[in-house]
Design a protein around this ligand. Structure first.
Ligand SMILES: Cc1cc2nc3c(=O)[nH]c(=O)nc-3n(C[C@H](O)[C@H](O)[C@H](O)COP(=O)(O)O)c2cc1C
Length: 502
């Protein structure tokens, strides 16, 4: 079959919402790289100055401008992969033109290598194999779950399997028995707060979007998951894509939004297919599109793949990236709830937040709030990796002792070793060690009282064999590399922190 021409690709995408990223990907996929001629054609097709477009393209890691660059291996050298031979694997693949990539969100597996549209995993060239995304381990504490309650059900990522295990009960309840304002109030009472890191109350965010003037309104699912050590959204999207779609549809009903985007990180190529299949099934089944459940309610959903840039997880950068602009963060206020995608009211929510909302709508607000321990509301999925016996995604009640997770649930350190330190919030929260590591509970107030934060809840464990100064240096290398450069404290500060002292 003949490949599409430049003009055909441009004609396919220019009238679609948020067209720049998919158009760049279409050229990148067709040619295996972004040629100069392609950049000029896209700039002309979308009426963007070439210099602007060039700056935007080069901001992202994964748009290669070398012929055949798409097929060159990209090897994860994130903080966990460094412990597992990521740098050695990179060196072993050098003759294939391999380059390093920051954490690719598979810290519970061997080192990931991205090649074309596939992820291989392994610790040496001989053992590289296709990915085997791991199901979250069963909750070892026997404690009731929310997000993961049904994720291990067979076929959960098909529409039939999803509905067999309670899927879409929440949306039906919302549309058939509640007004949009009731749904907002229900979510507010559940005390669900953002699981992407900032912890903003979800009900309040949806209320602000519902009350903001301007149409069309938008729901954006933040599936950028760029924080090193975080891989929870990947597991939810792989095994429970309909929960995210249902959560977005509930959010749309509550806020009056009619369009939605899932902004998916580049490093999860297979999930793009899983999600597209789920969207197609949901649309065919009448769960997306016009007159959902016979109501006067319309919601269209699109996937937009990022191209590799940590800052694009920050909601302002994400919105600029979606709009085809240079993905710098935006100054706030105004906030996205009133001035989001295309300057119109927008709810940006994390994958876990949306999947939680779908489950909460099937139950009661009090049920969810009551899942937490010691006065904390709800649950949190923790991505635990590094030097523990059973790394993985664990859904914990807020307030669970960190020790319980590390030692009882994840089996503690490897035989003969002891735990020296753990990171919090991926890398963003810094490290906890000593007494703090023994006494912290998994909730924001406790961890903040120790000078750190829980954030999106990636925890990387380091045993007594690790050189922590080197680990800290690697962390600073990541932040220096990923600084978008907009603000000088980060642009200059991260470079200074990374530089050898002397
Ligand atoms: C540097 C930076 C990176 C971020 N990365 C992510 C991310 O990968 N995923 C995410 O959901 N939120 C991320 N956030 C938080 C988002 O800006 C935003 O608060 C979140 O998507 C809102 O959704 P929530 O309320 O459901 O958590 C990041 C924030 C910052 C400052």
């Amino acid at each position: 079959m003949a490949l599409p021409t430049d003009q055909e690709l441009i004609a396919d995408w220019r009238t679609q919402p948020a067209p720049l990223l998919p158009l760049l990907h279409a050229f990148h996929d067709r040619d295996g790289y972004l040629a100069e001629a392609a950049i000029v054609a896209i700039a002309q097709g979308l009426r963007i100055p070439v210099a602007d477009l060039y700056g935007t393209i080069t901001f992202y890691h994964h748009f290669t401008r070398q012929p055949e660059g798409l097929q060159a291996p990209r090897v994860c050298t994130g903080p966990v992969c460094c412990l597992r031979g990521g740098k050695e694997l990179l060196a072993a693949l050098a003759d294939q033109g391999a380059t390093a990539m920051p954490c690719a969100g598979r810290c519970d597996e061997p080192v990931p290598v991205l090649q074309g549209h596939h992820v291989l995993i392994g610790t040496n060239v001989a053992t590289l194999t296709h990915k085997t995304t791991l199901l979250p381990p069963p909750n070892p504490g026997g404690i009731e779950e929310c997000v993961f309650a049904a994720i291990r059900e067979p076929g959960r990522n098909t529409l039939v399997g999803y509905q067999r295990s309670g899927g879409y009960e929440g949306l039906q309840r919302a549309i058939r028995t509640m007004t949009p304002a009731d749904v907002v109030e229900f979510i507010r009472q559940s005390k669900l707060a953002g699981r992407g890191g900032a912890g903003f109350p979800t009900g309040l965010k949806w209320k602000a979007v519902a009350e903001a003037g301007g149409q069309p309104k938008t729901i954006v699912c933040n599936a950028d998951e760029g924080e090193p050590g975080c891989f929870k959204d990947r597991a939810i999207l792989d095994y429970d894509p309909f929960a995210v779609i249902e959560g977005m549809t509930i959010a749309a009903y509550a806020t009056g939004a009619t369009r939605g985007f899932i902004y998916l990180r580049y490093e999860y190529p297979e999930i793009a297919q899983t999600l597209q299949q789920a969207i197609d099934e949901a649309t065919a089944g009448g769960w997306l599109g016009a007159n959902i459940l016979g109501a006067d309610f319309h919601f269209d959903l699109y996937i937009r793949r990022g191209a590799g840039a940590y800052i694009c997880g920050e909601e302002g950068s994400l919105l600029n990236s979606l709009e085809g602009k240079h993905p710098f963060p935006r100054n706030r206020p105004p906030f996205p709830v009133t001035h989001g995608f295309e300057n119109l009211p927008t709810a940006v929510n994390n994958v876990e937040t949306l999947a939680s909302a779908a489950q909460i709508m099937r139950h009661d607000a009090d049920w969810y709030a009551g899942l937490g321990l010691n006065g904390n509301a709800g649950t949190k999925v923790i991505s635990l990796s590094g030097d523990v016996q059973r790394p993985g995604n664990y859904e914990v009640p807020f307030g669970l002792p960190l020790r319980t997770l590390l030692y009882d649930w994840a089996g503690g350190p490897l035989p003969g070793r002891s735990l020296q330190a753990v990171t919090m919030a991926g890398l963003s929260g810094g490290f906890l060690s000593g007494e703090d590591m023994q006494t912290a509970t998994l909730d924001e107030p406790s961890i903040r009282s120790k000078g750190s934060m829980l954030g999106a809840a990636g925890i990387i464990a380091f045993d007594d064999s690790r050189a922590m100064v080197e680990v800290a240096h690697n962390a600073m290398e990541f932040f220096a590399h990923e600084s978008c450069g907009k603000c000088f404290p980060c642009r200059i500060g991260t470079q200074r922190l990374m530089a050898p002292s002397g």
